[in-house]
Design a protein around this ligand. Structure first.
Ligand code: HSE
Length: 291
């Protein structure tokens, strides 16, 4: 029995805390035999618990507290604390684990609401659940999400070797915006989504890069984004943005231009990897559970 959940890249600049895409790195949970206590086998590092304190099991037990413990194998190629939704992928997997083992028959809306309550915002959990591009809100405890088809384009990510916690990256944000800036910021985001839904990647990219909500405050934490964006522009990339809370920098680029852009970025010899990614169109995937 297997649950697979994609990585996610949230925000897309002006879509702060609301918009995200699913990308083709995956968390895989294999549910093995029943056991006396929960056991989570993984090679993700000593700081990740191997018992019921693992976020996967904590989440599953929050959904259904009397689940029978199992031995679980957890593997993941989603880098941790890099702005690619690693913890959201675990939360979505935990909800699905409870759904399957507890035979709860949760609807997508119910899963989304539970995930948002645990995570706090929808921009990673919604695309992890639904795949593709998702526009979502979570306000006063109520989540709404609309999946949209993300236009065909290649993704290129710069994934630094250093971690940046969401907590630290949120501490630098202002506590309020002026009315004028809030109106501008939401207009930019509205046009970005309309442009993406019409597959106008150039216009969408222009809007992504005009974000007023968060990137300018976070740039000192990920200063290399400025150089990466300049080079990406020279290579006619559609957009460069901070993936989630960072430090990963994501680029949207036409497929035939990606290789040269990657080679150029590699010449910078930054402390990190330049990685090809693609959109995941499926979201969470379940196989082998009994009906
Ligand atoms: N929207 C969130 C942020 C994503 O940028 O802080 C990280 O969870």
């Amino acid at each position: 029995m297997k649950i697979t959940v994609p990585a996610t890249s949230a925000n897309l600049g002006c879509g702060f805390d609301s918009i995200g895409i699913a990308v083709n790195r995956y968390l895989t949970i294999e549910v093995l035999e029943k056991a006396d206590v929960w056991q989570v086998e993984h090679t993700l590092g000593e700081e990740i618990p191997s018992n019921a304190d693992n976020l996967l099991i904590e989440t599953a037990l929050q959904v259904k507290s009397d689940l029978v413990p199992h031995r679980i194998k957890m593997t993941s190629d989603i880098p941790l604390t890099r702005g690619l939704g690693s913890s959201s992928s675990v939360i979505v997997a935990g909800i699905e684990l409870a759904n399957q083992l507890g035979k709860l028959e949760l609807t997508q809306d119910e899963k989304l609401n539970i995930a948002c309550k645990i995570e706090g915002h929808p921009d990673n959990v919604a695309p992890a659940l639904l795949g593709n591009l998702v526009v979502a809100s979570f306000i006063d405890g109520e989540a709404y999400a609309i999946p949209l088809h993300f236009p065909y384009c290649a993704l290129l990510a710069y994934i630094p070797n250093t971690e940046l916690s969401t907590k630290r990256s949120r501490e630098v944000l202002p506590s309020s915006l002026s009315f004028e800036d809030a109106v501008k910021a939401s207009a930019i985001s509205n046009v970005m989504i309309a442009a993406l839904s019409k597959h106008h990647l150039h216009l969408a990219g222009k809007m992504i890069e005009q974000d007023l909500f968060h990137e300018k405050y976070r740039t000192p934490l990920v200063p290399e984004i400025t150089t990466i964006r300049e080079i990406a522009k020279k290579h006619n990339a559609y957009a460069t943005y901070l993936s989630g809370a960072g430090p990963t920098v994501m680029m949207f680029v036409a497929s035939n231009l990606r290789k040269n852009l990657a080679l150029e970025l590699e010449k910078l010899e930054l402390d990190g990897e330049v990685v090809y990614l693609e959109i995941d169109r499926i979201g969470v995937n379940i196989s082998g559970f009994e009906d």
